[in-house]
Ligand binder design. Structure first.
Ligand SMILES: [Mg+2]
Length: 349
């Protein structure tokens, strides 16, 4: 089993220290008042609660609630010592309640509310929504670079300039765009091209780097495929991962998914995490392939998917958020023990 601390800092320690780790992660607990609808949106806004929208959008809400559960579950382990975490994991002993959720959930809520309002991504509005959510509740575990990005946008900066200036002009390739996006994939699941396009647009508002966007596209596509698979047998893990990979641009995220798809059925979570990475670098390529590998192996069992993902350690709030957001798009939360749900901090939706 991998130690929680691999080399130097855990992701949480890095965040707290403020050292220049390559991250991306914003937040927004209490959503801002909805801004005016952009002109010529051309789409009728829908809300998950609308009777017309409910059948189509319930996978998106399931994905959101799964994401929040995974985020809250995974984050608790980052506060434990290595010894305690290992012992609890071996015994499958849950962390004490309450399980607070983090920036992953807060930003996913901003995104889902944005889709409910506009039906698609309007980047200027979404960037301001992320910034306003951050301003309302900044202590949700955002990465150092996202503190800077969201403050700057909140102060009126143009998101294009703010995000493209990071890391010597490369932009952040952190996992922050991927961690929040699963519900978008479930929402738009009927059209995979549209899922990819909208996921990319949502990513760019905070993460300029192409790999960060590719990570978000991969997660959204996985959630879309999971939602589309409802009512049918779960796809095989290799098929599921390859289907996502084939729809991605060439790059590290795509390569990671193809490697994950070739892993034999009996591959241990420890080996998968060691090969693919599990978020120690807080980057999309180091996070997304592993999280989707964990999801793809347990598409009919949300708790097992979350436990499996946890066993890779690393950036556990984000890996578990991604895994659970994808699986819940297929399963919903019906198979989750009640005491897990009550342990999770109350969420606004
Ligand atoms: Mg987080």
């Amino acid at each position: 089993m991998l130690p929680i601390i691999q080399g130097q800092q855990t992701p949480r320690q890095a965040r707290v220290s403020g050292l220049p780790v390559h991250v991306g992660a914003p937040d927004g607990k209490q959503l801002v008042a909805a801004p005016p609808a952009p002109a010529q949106s051309g789409r009728r806004p829908t809300r998950p609660g609308d009777s017309n929208a409910h059948p189509r959008h319930s996978p998106a809400l399931d994905s959101l609630h799964g994401l929040v559960l995974g985020d809250a579950f995974g984050d608790q382990w980052l506060a434990l010592s290595v010894d305690e975490a290992q012992a609890r994991y071996a015994a499958r002993e849950l962390c004490p309640a309450p399980w607070g959720w983090t920036d992953d959930s807060a930003m996913a809520l901003v995104l889902v509310r944005h889709l409910a309002e506009y039906g698609e991504v309007h980047q200027d509005v979404l960037a301001r929504g992320f910034a306003a959510g951050y301003a309302a509740d900044p202590e949700r575990g955002y990465g150092p670079s996202m503190h800077r990005v969201l403050r700057a946008i909140g102060e009126g900066g143009d998101w294009r300039a703010v995000t493209s200036e990071l890391f010597g002009g490369q932009g952040s390739h952190g996992n922050g765009a991927a961690m929040r996006v699963a519900p978008l994939g479930a929402w738009l699941a009927a059209d995979l091209d549209r899922v990819a396009e909208q996921a990319r647009l949502s990513a760019e508002t905070t993460h300029f780097h192409v790999e960060a966007a590719a990570g978000a596209v991969a997660v959204a596509l996985a959630a879309a495929l999971a939602a589309r698979s409802r009512g049918t047998a779960a796809p095989e893990r290799p098929d599921f991962l390859l289907q996502v990979a084939e729809l991605l641009p060439d790059g590290d995220v795509r390569s990671g998914l193809r490697i994950a798809a070739r892993m034999p059925a009996g591959t241990s979570v420890r080996h998968a995490a060691a090969v693919l990475g599990s978020g120690y670098r807080l980057s999309a390529p180091d996070t997304v392939p592993f999280a989707l590998w964990a999801a793809a192996g347990h598409l009919d069992d949300l708790p097992e998917a979350i436990w499996t993902c946890l066993g890779g350690w690393g950036d556990t709030d984000t890996t578990c958020a991604i895994t659970a957001g994808v699986v819940a798009a297929r399963t919903g939360l019906g198979g989750v023990p009640e005491h897990w749900l009550t342990a999770r901090e109350t969420f606004p939706v």
